[in-house]
Ligand binder design. Structure first.
Ligand code: ZN
Length: 130
């Protein structure tokens, strides 16, 4: 599954930036040319994040439209379909300027507070290290 490898990269990036803190939300920018199905990507993220500090994090996927600069006429256009073709002059000689992104745009991390909160929510979420 294509999305699984994308999700694995995302989790890896998130965990690296989190540096040991729990990840609560990941804002992801995915270019249209990645052809990732958002629901499949979200599912894959859940699978890959399971058992890591990113488990349960909200994945906020933002689709970035594909854009190409035409090498023949210079027009920069939003591209919708393969094959990628310049809508202005019909040339296929395009330089892709957007649409291949797979960017972790922002992360929300659980901050560690000095004062401990008296929470007896009993969510069973303790790491259980022994
Ligand atoms: Zn053109």
């Amino acid at each position: 599954m294509h999305e699984l490898s994308l999700a694995a990269s995302v989790v890896e990036i998130a965990l690296r930036h989190a540096a040991g803190r729990r990840v609560t939300r990941v804002e992801l920018e995915v270019g249209a040319l990645r052809q990732a199905v958002p629901s499949a990507l979200a599912f894959s993220f859940e699978v890959v994040a399971h058992g890591t500090l990113a488990e349960g994090a909200i994945l906020d996927i933002r689709a970035i439209p594909a854009r190409g600069a035409c090498r023949r006429c210079g027009a920069v256009s939003e591209l919708h379909l393969f094959p990628l073709q310049c809508p202005s002059c019909g040339a296929f000689d395009l330089e892709i300027v957007a649409g291949e992104e797979l960017l972790v745009a922002s992360l929300e991390l659980e901050e560690r507070h000095d004062g401990e909160h008296d929470q007896d929510g009993g969510d069973g979420g303790h790491p259980g290290c022994q």
